[in-house]
Write a protein of this length. Structure first.
Length: 564
């Protein structure tokens, strides 16, 4: 090992990443740097990344050079894993696209490099995990699951990758709720139980107010969850309740600040270890803590495994069982989980009146928009859900609808940045690609909502229902056609339609779903009547009745506290 390598190794162990960057830049020529130096330089750029995209782009370039120099060494393999992961990070930053020039073809190239690497190295857990991320963004969720299953067979899953395995299977039709229950319960073996005598004993307290904590990684960028959470935060009684937000955000923005200003306290735990975060949250002496992520997002499920408060509740972020023994309750409503199904959820089910969540609505005047079919002479369907939710069965079902309605159209726009190629191939195989219009994700939320004006009926995905998109559609006066589900996750739109008295838009099976869509496309009068009903009744329905929902929510909290 050279003196320079020893020096850099010592600095790296001390986390002096900026010093390493400075030494490499000043003491070596860029073209003469070894694969090892290129990789270390890139890693340090990533570790010191604050929000300057140039650092990530520079790291990516160094990782790629390292893989080109040594494609068949362990250093080259490490650089390739870093290259793929950083490419995904840059790709996900929508504002970066013009600057970084990361395109879907670059993701395909990453797959090519991956395939060459496994021919030489064979199975490698971290390499497989990196390609799982690529396939998800290429909308090939089956391949993501396939690689996760191989990792599972090698006993290499951790709590993060296990959560992804469960979550990705939610998009498909293959698992019953019993399967979800059995598989998800294994999460307990992946979580780390921390034994520490330094933990604050939260049971030794007597708060004058009911102290509530909410933990989320998504209180930023007007994330969909913020529209539901704000409903109960804007009108809570500060004489009765004290509310803290625990943010797991790498960055904060105006949305984050807005939330911090309406609660009693907030703390960003992103850079804290599990032990540090648990200690800080326990010292706040919470009575009840809410997990708003479940196994989605940048979750911190391990915190809940070590118990943060006497009562722990799952709500909003993930509409199924967490599997975690320490999560005491799951909030649902009577339309989502039936009494004889409660045994298929690890949490005790607690029911809110009418509906499990209420949308805040949007800050501008609603206007009734006439059904586009009246002008076009044909029906236009639409779905603005994450394309990962459009599995083969959904695509085939929608294709059958289009085939049975002359000149009908389907507008698709993903709620996340994702490749359209795979989905286009599906619709092409069913012979309806010319009837499907693909739109890019809107940067402006106002323009996104205006896109609903172009469609007559929203088509819900299954088994993974649209939630935010369904609320949006109803707010805009556009009906949502859904299908009966078999668990919380697949019944969300059922509850939405029942709460606006539109059971006629809930199909009993795929065949009925197709028939109902055809009927809507063949009857202008019925469609007009439904749209008028939705527009006139939406805001007073449980979907958007913030005052009623807030009262129900906090009354439930008081009952839980009383009987704890």
């Amino acid at each position: 090992m050279t003196p320079l390598s020893l020096q850099l190794q010592s600095l790296f162990s001390k986390k002096k990443y900026l010093e390493i960057i400075e030494i490499i830049e000043n003491e070596t020529e860029e073209n003469d740097r070894s694969a090892g130096l290129l990789n270390v330089y890139g890693v340090c750029k990533v570790l010191t990344y604050t929000n300057n995209l140039d650092d990530l782009i520079l790291a990516l370039q160094n990782f790629k050079k390292a893989t080109q120099k040594e494609s068949k060494t362990t250093i080259g393999l490490e650089a390739l894993i870093n290259y793929i992961n950083v490419m995904v990070e840059i790709f996900d930053k929508e504002e970066a696209s013009p600057k970084s020039n990361i395109e879907f073809k670059d993701l395909e190239e990453a797959i090519s490099l991956f395939e060459k690497a496994i021919l030489h190295f064979g199975y490698n857990c971290r390499l497989y995990l990196s390609i799982v991320r690529i396939y998800k963004r290429l909308n090939q969720i089956n391949k993501s699951i396939n690689y996760l299953e191989q990792i599972k067979k090698n006993n290499d899953l951790d709590v993060g990758s296990f959560s992804s395995y469960i979550y990705y299977n939610s998009f498909l039709n293959n698992w019953s709720q019993n399967s979800f229950f059995l598989e998800t319960s294994l999460i307990n073996s992946y979580c780390q139980k921390i034994n520490s005598e330094n933990f604050f004993n939260f049971k030794q307290k007597n708060n004058k107010k009911i102290k509530i904590g909410f933990i989320s990684s998504d209180i930023q960028k007007k994330h969909s969850i913020t529209y539901f959470l704000k409903t109960i935060l804007l009108q809570y009684d500060k004489n009765e309740f004290e509310i803290n937000l625990y943010l797991n955000n790498k960055t904060e923005d105006q949305t984050t600040n807005d939330f911090k200003n309406i609660v009693d306290g907030s703390y960003n735990i992103f850079n804290l270890s599990d032990l540090e975060a648990i200690s800080i949250i326990r010292k706040d002496k919470l009575d009840i803590v809410f997990d708003l992520m479940g196994i989605t997002s940048s979750h911190r499920i391990n915190l809940f495994k070590n118990r943060l408060a006497p009562i722990q509740i799952s709500w909003l972020g993930y509409c199924n069982t967490s599997g975690l023994k320490e999560i005491d309750f799951l909030i649902a409503d009577k339309n989502l989980i039936y009494p004889d199904e409660e045994r298929l959820y690890s949490e005790k089910i607690i029911y809110l009146d009418n509906i499990w969540s209420c949308h805040e609505g949007f800050g501008y005047e609603r206007k009734y928009i006439e059904s586009p079919m009246m002008k076009n002479g044909y029906i236009t369907f639409g779905s603005f859900n994450n394309f990962n939710k459009i599995n083969d069965t959904v695509a085939k079902t929608w294709s059958n609808i289009l085939k049975n309605l002359k000149n009908s159209k389907l507008i698709l726009k993903s709620s996340t940045k994702i490749d359209q190629t795979y989905l286009k191939e599906k619709f092409n195989s069913f012979g309806v690609l010319e009837s499907v219009i693909f739109l890019s994700k809107e940067r402006s939320h106002t323009k996104h909502l205006e896109t609903y004006d172009k469609i007559d009926v929203s088509l819900d995905t299954f088994p993974y229902n649209g939630v935010t998109t369904s609320f949006e559609s109803v707010w805009k006066g556009v009906p949502v056609l859904t299908i009966k589900g078999f668990n919380f996750n697949s019944r969300c739109c059922e509850s939405i339609n029942k709460n606006i008295d539109l059971k006629k838009l809930i199909a009993k099976d795929v065949e009925d779903y197709i028939l109902k869509a055809i009927k809507l496309g063949s009857s202008v009068n019925e469609l007009v009547n439904i749209r008028k009903k939705i527009f006139n009744e939406a805001l007073t329905s449980p979907l958007f009745n913030k005052k009623e929902f807030t009262n129900n929510f906090y009354n439930l909290i008081k009952k839980l506290k009383k009987y704890n």
